[in-house]
Write a protein that binds this ligand. Structure first.
Ligand code: SF4
Length: 74
């Protein structure tokens, strides 16, 4: 999974979802503390890059964010 290409913010799906590499740039729709690494669609580790179910074949930044963020279930 570490070898998956990183999603570019310029990727059409990324743009549609407002994906940012740095969650701090997520804007008003982002809830404080939400990052890819605590999203239920993310299956990677706590840092670096990992797979997201919404971006098949690619990896997202653990510290990134998009509008589809949903908290991981406990
Ligand atoms: Fe990150 Fe979750 Fe959006 Fe995927 S769905 S890019 S893991 S916030």
């Amino acid at each position: 999974a570490a070898d998956l290409p990183h999603v570019a913010e310029s990727d059409p799906t990324a743009k549609a979802l407002g994906y940012v590499e740095d969650a701090g740039r997520g804007g008003a729709k982002r809830k404080a503390g939400d990052v890819c690494s605590n999203c239920q669609f993310y299956t990677g580790g706590p840092s670096g890059y990992g797979p997201c179910q919404l971006f098949p074949g690619k990896s997202v930044n653990a510290k990134g964010w998009c509008v589809s963020h949903a908290a991981k279930k406990a």
